[in-house]
Write a protein that binds this ligand. Sequence first.
Ligand code: F6R
Length: 614
Amino acid sequence: MCGIIGVTARDRDVVPLVLEGLVRLEYRGYDSVGVAVNAGGSIIVRKGAGKIADVRVRVGLDRLSGSTAIGHTRWATHGPPTDGNAHPHIDCDGMVAVVHNGVIRNYASLREELSGRHRLRSETDTELIAHLIEEGLRRGLDPLEALARALARLEGSYALAILVAGEPDRIYFARMRSPLILGLGEGVNAVASDIPALLHITRRVVTLDDGEFGWISPDDVAVYKLGPGGSYTRVPQAEVASRLKTVEWSVEKASKGGYPHFMIKEIYEQPQALTDTYNGLLDDPNLGRAAGLVASAERLYVVGAGTSYHAGLVFSYYAARVSGVPPIPLIASEFKVYENSVGAGDVVVAVSQSGETYDTLEAVRSYKERGARVVGVTNVVGSALDRESHVTIYIRAGPEIGVAATKTFTSQIMALQLLALAAAAATGRMDPGEARAEARGLSRASSVIADAIRDSEPVAKLLATRERGWRSLYILGRGLGYPIAREGALKVKEIAYLHAEAYPAGESKHGPIALVEDGFPVFLVATSDSPEIAGNALEMAARGARVMVVKPRDMSLELPQAPNIAVLEVPGGGILMEPYALTPFFQLLAYYKAVQSGYDPDKPRNLAKTVTVE
Ligand code: F6R
């Protein structure tokens, strides 16, 4: 999740406007920054790794000037955060400059094809787009045509802003599955990833749709719809005008995309994050390498802390089912338990959003010293875990600002499901075609989670406002439902400061049920592998508990009508979709409970986003 901006104005230096926009976009990524200015016959680029405040001084961004410029703030997805990988990226002759947010899925095959004909300067997918446009221009196509042909070659997601030398008043743009809006002012027009980046320029915005591309000049805008094979048609000006909206938000509210807190914004970002995870990984050669390691493991460990441990439990569940290599799940700080039995031939899958968690890194280092190979699963390119791992799988969820992990949990699950399926093909337990088809089916996760958020939110909100007397609650699950229950309980504890205990539902009658009395809240996470959970719901209800079963709509569950048993139905779609269907309810319950109690969900007490101590 990077941030992009482009501004073009009549007789005015736009670089300060671009820099101000980049400051407001920095929450979307802070690995590197860069700006390109169209100087007519040529393009000037300045960029570097680091935060905007530092790069600004180091490479002299403020000394640039010009009336048409683009800028970028990066969240690394291909290649580490270095000066060379910073955007904008240019073609061989420096005539095209591109900034990009998104992930090009067919990166590996495009890179192989283009590396024979072009001088590639970076490890990014973005640079390839500049070279594709260059090829069109060399064939004599005009820039719009060259852009359309280039877009037709791309698979995955992109929001692009592009400068072409010789077109000093134009910024070309394109959108596919990554956010992009136009800002229309008086003698100044702009394009950006989101509204906050534009509010100092104009409040009049047009949201673009997937498959749209075109150009802006200081006084004009043209939008086209991409068709098959690079064909296109113009979107009528009246239709573009009908989408024009005036934004009323304050800048402060806008930096959270209109949401009151980052946590709720990030819960709502899950459909996009899952799309980015899926697009980034489906054809990523690292996934195949990691699957090869997993498939060949003598013993397989999966290690993580907090939410990442829960994602590891979900992985254990799928890997044991499909790949025939059942992992040993391990809480990172407990790594010493197995330390002495680790040896060469073993593999550790280490899961960490930040890639910097002390306990996880200690576990990785200890097992590595004993000969184990490491597959890192992280959101942060260039993090310590990335550097320690033999193979890294990036989840590409974009920066998570709220302390509670939300979108990174579901993106970790997506990455780990893909790993389990690829490992199943590698061990021969699944036919490769079948494994690939299952993996392709994961593209549905994005719409499943969007529907789950829609179905869960009113109930979570209602419970949070109505049930003010709760002091303690259980969340029970069986099979796949148990790690989801654990993650739900963690969210409720850390954000709402309410005691929530997750338990395997079957085990709950061996002790925890003693606490249950009239009105005690018990949630049950029903997953299609465990219809027996109905019996556990009944045991709790019979002791007076207020039972709420959260279940996939397509799962049949025999539950009696009783005043103390409620059912929340969320989308179905099978066992691979159920983490996406069942998780949002608990994220939202924790969020609304915190807000209703007057707590700040973005900065829960005593917690830090990254725990770098023992
Ligand atoms: C929970 C949460 C923490 C982290 C844990 C591991 O919402 O955020 O429990 O999951 O500190 O962090 P990473 O994934 O960065 O290793």
